[in-house]
Design a protein around this ligand. Sequence first.
Ligand code: SF4
Length: 367
Amino acid sequence: MLQPLLLSDAVGDSPRHPVVGVQKDIRYYGTTAKGVLNSPDTTGMSFWSINPYVGCAFGCAYCYARYAHRFVMERATAQGESDAGIADDLTELPPWLAFERRIFVKRNAAEVLRRTLRERGSSGAIQRGETIVIGTATDPYQPAERTFGVTRGVLEVLAEAHRLKLVIITKSPLITRDVDLLQRIAQRSTLTVHLSLITLDRELARRIEPRAPTPESRLRALRRLRAAGIETGVNIMPVLPGLTDRPDELAALVRRIAAEGATHVNPSPLRLRATARKRYLPFLAAEFPHLAQRYAAAYAHNHEMTPEYRDGLRRFMKRLCAEVGLQYGTPDERQFEQRAGAAWEQTEETSSEPLAVPASAQLELLA
Ligand code: SF4
């Protein structure tokens, strides 16, 4: 269990980034954001995004978002001369670890967002009905949120608007604190919560996602959100080859998610781009050495598993979802799939094969 955040007073180590809190080995810095609503043009993603924090205390071994932290660190340390104190703090840890232990709190996020939405007026993302995703690079309900409430502040601003299309991604049951606000937003806008859960195995989760909430607590959050009428699905992302992709365990996970009332499931196998790889492969070598060489080979020339593995997993998960009456993918993703591969879709849906993992879905890593 994480200890409650013990806040120090704002000690003012740095004028730009005062230390606003400490929690065991984690240090929190206040920061003044110039903008919080990131456009698709700036991120390269197909939607708008908001991240109330920079860095994430949950510290998942596979986290792909560590790269975003590097840029903030570089910017902050580049200001080192006029920002005495922070440069040493930020460079004393390797970047992958600083992501988990040096966290920036965008304390003015709500105010900046309100101003942005006002200025963008009718030409902005809001009026065009484009999706805004909260939590693409850090968890918006990580422990800091209990103290700083930046995510709640952002949601309060969004609750004032109409006809938004909002998605919140989190691993934390802390989101249930804001059920009242989520319900208010859902009355005026489209809101979907994506809870992330990759396994039911508490001990395995603790090793891979060391400071994240337990699987059971996430499932309780799912139940509570659904009871409150909030559209909530589960991201089974990433499916980790050799660790969380056993067919019987995936089947148990999907059945449990369905039993808790989820509206949909989004599965996706592990991608290992450069910064995630730097952390994940050494982690694997230390914690699961029997898999290290196989991973090194499987991801040697690509950041993804083979198309056969991905297709096999997708087919398997689709059948599982159909079996328990759970929607596979969000409506947007289904539309995309329909556009991208209508013929393929047809073949899949009409298949009469029994529920079993096709040979192509068996892990080549385990073969
Ligand atoms: S919760 Fe998400 S952002 Fe945070 S460490 Fe885990 S994968 Fe990264």
